[in-house]
Design a protein around this ligand. Structure first.
Ligand code: GBH
Length: 483
């Protein structure tokens, strides 16, 4: 648009880690190979009529069968870290605590971890990136039954720590609990799309799902600290996503409150109990009343005990929005804190140039402000566990590989991290770009390409985009400049 500053390639600390990120369902394929069980995404992506652009990830990037090539690719780009997720139903096909383990699934992840380490790439492992075993959803509604889910998730986590924890030193329990609660259980645009079924209650279920995630997370952190941490000496935490919100009208105190409240409802919902060990934010209690579950005395003790164990704030961040206060009192089923969001403010100014997806605009100054917001509230080192974008018009391989829009986005967002570190005193330890390669973008199917490596979904050929080389080179020079 010409309004954003050019990329400055500002310095980053010498020990700042860079990596790539993916998720099992989005890249693996091998949907029923070697004894893998079905996940809720295997079901959701095959619904008729389709909720996923007519596409599924039965094959996707076929990473399950091409893993060595993909690790080699990362090695050639000089990454320090690879963040991936384990498919629960690949290692425990039925998912439950008394169900059998699939040794072939375990062997796949052992092979991946060993190959990464042989190249000096550190694995960062997410236990849950949205693909619950279908069977636990059939049995008890998965996240809708807190006690059952927690017990099954604990057993799954214990299996992962036991089999992989000698070599994995960074664990993430859940990816984006907000999205699981709101998108999968309130507006239903992600699996299981529960709210579409008869007899569901969207007033209370999203909050119960969030409650299940917080307690399951805390239980697994507790277990790791007691049974594995002393010998394995790894870090564990959670990954939260969220936009930065600017007031729709900067002169309006109500809009300024709305922007703050929106972020509390998005990130504070999970980060306050998990990282501070406190109750849900007071603003949420005030708006949601009895819709928000209570923590028992034992659960409060668990949260207080485990909060300081979380070693980092895993931040997935993509964009900025405006928040406008609604003058009406909150509707009985409102979940936002009575605000309306937009990408244009009261003066007609846009948050930034639009990417290949409407919700994602280039707004690096909002990113810097969010880093400050999180640091001030939680005082825990931040790792950017996802950031990236699809380019506008990225539909043929020539424009896709010469991805100037993405290079500029990534460069500006890295500059924002540098400013947050050196000018604002925020502690940021690493940056994992989303994503290693083009993949299955959930309900958007293959229509949005987030990769720094192009994938031809007919031939499955991988071709690094210019942004991949840009990241390789910029981390080389930015980090030298800092040391
Ligand atoms: C992350 O989700 C995921 O962790 C990752 O798997 C995903 O591929 C990546 O980001 C890129 O999207 O159309 O206005 O309703 C980000 C959370 C949830 C953000 C759905 C966009 C749709 C907004 N996303 N949301 S809208």
């Amino acid at each position: 648009s010409g309004h954003e500053p050019p990329v400055e390639d500002l310095p980053l600390p010498a020990d700042f880690a860079w990596g790539t990120a993916t998720a099992a369902y989005q890249i693996e394929g091998g949907a029923s190979q070697d004894g893998k069980g079905k996940s809720i995404w295997d079901t959701y992506s095959h619904l008729e009529p389709s909720h996923t652009n007519g596409e599924n990830a039965d094959i996707s990037c076929d990473h399950y069968n091409r893993m060595p090539e993909d690790v080699e690719l990362m090695n050639s780009l000089g990454v320090d870290v690879y963040r991936f997720s384990i498919s629960w139903s690949r290692v425990i096909p039925l998912g439950g605590r008394n169900d059998p383990v699939n040794e072939k699934g375990v062997a796949f992840y052992n092979g991946l971890i060993d190959r990464l380490l042989a190249h000096g790439i550190a694995p960062v492992v997410t236990l849950y990136h949205w693909d619950a075993p279908q069977e636990i959803y059939n049995r008890y509604g998965a996240f809708l039954n807190t006690e059952e889910f927690r017990a099954d998730f604990e057993r799954y986590a214990r299996l992962c720590f036991t089999r992989f924890g000698d070599r994995v030193k960074k664990w993430v329990t859940f990816n984006e609990p907000y999205i699981i609660s709101i998108f999968a259980h309130l507006n239903g645009t992600l699996a299981p799309g529960h709210c579409r079924e008869a007899g569901t209650d969207t007033k209370t279920e999203p909050w119960r799902v969030g409650h299940t995630i917080i307690l399951s997370h805390a239980a697994v952190v507790d277990m790791y600290a007691q049974d594995f941490g002393p010998s394995q000496k790894g870090d564990i935490s959670i990954v939260l996503n969220g936009h930065f919100y600017e007031p729709y009208d900067a002169a309006s105190p109500a809009d300024r409150d709305a922007a703050e409240r929106r972020m509390v409802f998005y990130m504070g919902w999970f980060a306050d109990p998990v990282l501070l060990g406190t109750d849900y934010p007071a603003e949420m209690r005030a708006y949601l009343g009895a819709r928000l579950p209570e923590f028992t005395a034992d659960e409060r003790a668990l949260l207080r005990r485990t909060a300081p164990i979380n070693a980092f704030y895993g931040m997935n961040h993509y964009s900025t929005k405006y928040a406008r206060a609604l003058s009406e009192p909150p509707a009985a089923d409102d979940w936002t804190g009575n605000i309306e969001e937009s990408s244009v403010n009261s003066e007609g100014k846009e948050t930034g140039p639009v990417s290949g997806l409407g919700w994602l605009r280039v707004a690096p100054s909002g990113f810097r402000k969010l880093l400050n917001w999180v640091w001030k509230r939680y005082r825990v080192p931040i790792i950017i566990t996802e950031n990236g974008c699809p380019c506008p018009g990225e539909d043929d391989v020539v424009t896709a590989v010469d991805d100037k829009f993405r290079q500029r986005y990534l460069g500006l967002y890295l500059d924002a991290i540098s400013r947050a570190i050196y000018e604002d005193g925020v502690v940021v330890k690493g940056y994992y770009v989303w994503s290693l390669m083009d993949n299955y973008e959930w309900s958007a199917g293959y229509s949005a390409r987030f990769g720094i490596v192009h994938v031809d979904f007919k031939t499955l050929q991988r071709t690094p985009k210019n942004s991949a080389y840009y990241l390789r080179d910029t981390f080389r020079s930015r980090r030298k400049a800092a040391s």
